[in-house]
Design a protein around this ligand. Structure first.
Ligand code: HEC
Ligand code: HEC
Ligand code: HEC
Ligand code: HEC
Length: 150
């Protein structure tokens, strides 16, 4: 019995050491994620602070609502799993070219544009949610997500 308790104490010590050393930092969902993807050479808009924990825990959204695999199939995740950044697949920074000179893109090419995909996922849900619940709690305007910087 005593031996078991000692083992448990050692295990707890180990885990708290690793957590405080930040070694799990990349594998447990963070509270707030600064959406500042490294592939961008510049951000024209203020950096969006994404309350990840609020979405995953308070709003109780399934991880796979947002995280999917290379076929687009929802991923079942648990804390500790590795997650690919959106930009690893939607790998063109910014929005797709617009206007009359813009090239015609296939659906697959359109999906490459990171900012469009972020907007589709984030704003898409927010708009639906606000409409259904007659609220404005979920930001759907530019400055609701991109704070003014100047
Ligand atoms: C509302 C959408 C959404 C939900 C729900 C969601 N995530 Fe995320 N998650 C994101 C986005 C967006 C990022 C940032 C990815 C990027 O920078 O490309 C992210 C990043 C992460 C990361 C890496 C960043 C970090 O925190 O260190 C992990 C791990 C992660 N999510 C796990 C989970 C798990 C586990 C769940 C379910 C309990 C979950 N996510 C639910 C959207 C979501
Ligand atoms: C491993 C590669 C991969 C990662 C990582 C990934 N996606 Fe995707 N995503 C895809 C593929 C492939 C599709 C197309 C699925 C299909 O054909 O239905 C897709 C589809 C989408 C769509 C729907 C696009 C449309 O035109 O219907 C959105 C929105 C989206 N992803 C957003 C995100 C966000 C946000 C993240 C990060 C949280 C993310 N994706 C991470 C590969 C990925
Ligand atoms: C599946 C639905 C869904 C998706 C996807 C989603 N959100 Fe939300 N989000 C919500 C809801 C619902 C709220 C409102 C919560 C409330 O009542 O305060 C919200 C609120 C927010 C808020 C305001 C938080 C606050 O505390 O007031 C921000 C910022 C936000 N979301 C950013 C994002 C970003 C960035 C993404 C994409 C990476 C995203 N959301 C994807 C459902 C979603
Ligand atoms: C629900 C939140 C949300 C809303 C609303 C939103 N965005 Fe974004 N936007 C994002 C996220 C998240 C990214 C990805 C940034 C990153 O990962 O670096 C992004 C990226 C961008 C980018 C590319 C990065 C940059 O700063 O140059 C532009 C441009 C942009 N958004 C413009 C807009 C405009 C214009 C509007 C209003 C019409 C808007 N966004 C509304 C969340 C939002």
């Amino acid at each position: 019995m005593k031996k078991k308790l000692l083992l448990l104490a050692v295990a707890v010590l180990f885990v708290s050491f690793f957590i405080s050393a930040g070694l799990f930092a990349d594998s447990t969902p963070q509270d707030i994620i600064n959406m500042e993807s490294k592939a961008y050479t510049e951000h024209k808009k203020g950096i969006c602070e994404f309350p990840h924990k609020k979405h995953a825990e308070d709003l109780k959204l399934e991880c796979g609502t947002c995280h999917h695999d290379d076929k687009g199939a929802a991923l079942e995740l648990k804390a500790g799993d590795d997650v690919q950044k959106c930009i690893e697949c939607h790998n063109k920074p910014g929005e797709k070219p617009k206007g009359k000179d813009a090239p015609k893109l296939t659906p697959k090419q359109k999906r490459e544009y990171h900012a469009d995909m972020m907007h589709a996922q984030c704003k898409g849900c927010h708009k639906d949610y606000n409409k259904e619940n007659k609220t404005k709690a979920a930001p759907a305007t530019c400055k609701g997500c991109h704070p003014k910087t100047n």
